[in-house]
Design a protein around this ligand. Structure first.
Ligand SMILES: Nc1nc2c(ncn2[C@@H]2O[C@H](COP(=O)(O)OP(=O)(O)OP(=O)(O)O)[C@@H](O)[C@H]2O)c(=O)[nH]1
Ligand SMILES: [Mg+2]
Length: 463
């Protein structure tokens, strides 16, 4: 069993990125950590014993040879990251020094840590739950303000608390069934069916909210996919380049210039986006390559979170714009679509939008940059508004959590149905227990070796 194997030995790793730097940190965890450091460290004050939770200045020495002047931090168990005795050595960042100290420690009996093994030990020793362990990985990988905030929220245990609460409620339901089984063999739920239903509906609602939050959570973590679409020559590539501040896509006045789509990432106002410049939609084309490009445009529309539907304001009548917009909306009712009326610099009179009740319509000039900043601000405002990362707004970002919530809700709906049909309580009991287990898997109360190694293998060594 993984648990017994890992807690026995002492592990060590370089915790800072590989390469030269001003300072590097070497980390050790396990029952021999303090013994090992005492064997190789000489305090500058010649003190025999290392002070816990204080910085100790001195030398790493092996066979009377000084390797480096270092700072040592000692954390006695259980007050450490892993819950074991932990020693952190801040040494000078030379590759030679780092590797030398590492090999000295390994010679003293420690073993090189596997990826994520420090955090795995923190989980095994009950310092953090599995959700929090995953959030640490997200925190290390966070690139933007938003992905950072999502990770911090998860690390602070917000999701774990919600799950613990939901599990408590399911346990209440299980107790109600147990009572029923004890006291009434024939009249199922005569006394408490209504109460049972109320608690069940409440659990279902909360889990459904979490499931719904995954789409946006996942997009915020990995990048919101935005497709720039429209007819040929409306200025999609010009807009794409303007947003990226780079001549990334070819622009020309020849219709059908963009054949294959181009994708680029960009962080705007703390949110990561992936913009896609697509081939112009021309359903009448006979050109084989252009047709292939358009097929890809439709594929991109399908997978995008947001569509920027660009029109040539000079040549397109507003009624036709709205007709096209409505037909796209009918085809993709759940997609967020912004309409961009481009080439505003050529339009003599701004289209009077007051006659139209539609929001999300922007006048822009991709060529001269008019309206672009406002457009990007509105896009980021849109996402900030729906996520409104307040203290308690919980957004799930992990596929693993999403899948477990989906499984849990499947069994809870089954319970709801069976309850209406007044099925034997034993059956409700089994399904409720399965739902409870699914939630337990998210925080790691129920887990197995495969799940753990899958999660922790994604970490870097030293974390
Ligand atoms: N005056 C003016 N011209 C623009 C504007 N935006 C684009 N154009 C011009 O419109 C033409 C087409 O621009 P592109 O960006 O290549 O258009 P596209 O939508 O990518 O076209 P395809 O790739 O063929 O689908 C070019 O000559 C651009 O310079 C604008 O805001 N104002
Ligand atoms: Mg183009």
């Amino acid at each position: 069993m993984l648990k017994e194997k890992v807690v026995k030995d002492t592990i060590v790793a370089i915790a800072t990125p590989s390469g030269y730097g001003a300072i590097a940190v070497i980390r050790m965890s396990g029952k021999n950590s303090i013994k090992i450091i005492n064997n190789i460290f000489v305090s500058i004050s010649l003190k025999k014993k290392l002070s816990e939770n204080y910085l100790n200045l001195g030398f790493i020495k092996i066979k009377k040879k000084i390797i480096d002047k270092v700072l040592i931090l000692v954390f006695k168990k259980p007050k450490s990251y892993t819950g074991e005795d932990v020693v952190e050595i801040s040494c000078h960042g030379s590759m030679y020094i780092q590797n030398k100290i590492l090999s000295i420690i390994i010679d003293q009996g420690a073993r090189l840590a596997n990826p994520g093994e420090f955090t795995l030990r923190a989980f095994i020793n009950g310092k953090i739950d599995l959700c929090q362990a995953e959030s640490i990985l997200d925190l290390v990988n966070s690139e933007t303000l938003f992905s950072h905030e999502l990770a911090i929220n998860q690390m602070r245990g917000n999701i774990s608390n919600i799950i613990k609460n939901l599990r408590k409620k399911i346990i209440d339901l299980l107790s109600l069934i147990e009572l029923e089984l004890d006291f009434s063999e024939e009249n199922l739920f005569v006394l408490n069916k209504r109460e049972f239903q109320k608690i069940l509906d409440n659990i279902i609602k909360k889990i459904n909210d979490l499931i719904k939050s995954f789409k946006i959570g996942n997009a915020l973590k990995n990048g919101i996919l935005v497709s720039i679409i429209g007819c040929p020559n409306v200025g999609k590539s010009t807009l794409f380049n303007k947003i990226l501040k780079d001549e990334r896509s070819i622009v020309s006045n020849i219709a059908g210039t963009t054949r294959n789509y181009i994708e680029e990432n960009l962080i705007i106002n703390g949110i990561k986006f992936s913009f896609i410049d697509t081939a112009g939609i021309n359903n009448k084309t006979k050109d084989y390559i252009e047709k292939l490009g358009i097929k890809k445009t439709y594929k991109n529309i399908k997978k995008s979170d947001l569509i920027l539907y660009v029109f040539d304001g000079l040549n397109e009548d507003f009624k036709i714009i709205m007709k096209n917009f409505k037909s796209l909306q009918e085809k993709y009712p759940k997609k967020k679509i912004f309409i961009l009326i481009n080439k505003y610099d050529l339009i003599k009179k701004k289209i009077n939008l007051r006659n139209y009740q539609e929001k999300d319509i922007f006048h822009i000039s991709a060529k001269y940059g008019y309206g672009i900043k406002n457009l990007l601000d509105e896009i980021t405002f849109f996402y900030k508004k729906i996520t409104s990362l307040k203290e308690n707004s919980i957004i799930i970002t992990q596929t693993r959590h999403y899948e477990n919530f989906k499984k849990a809700i499947f069994y809870l709906y089954k319970v709801k149905e069976d309850l209406e049909k007044s099925i034997y309580p034993e059956f409700l009991y089994i399904d409720l227990q399965t739902a409870l287990e699914c939630l337990g898997q998210i925080i790691g109360e129920v887990t197995n070796e495969d799940i753990l190694s899958n999660i922790f293998s994604k970490f870097c060594i030293g974390k």
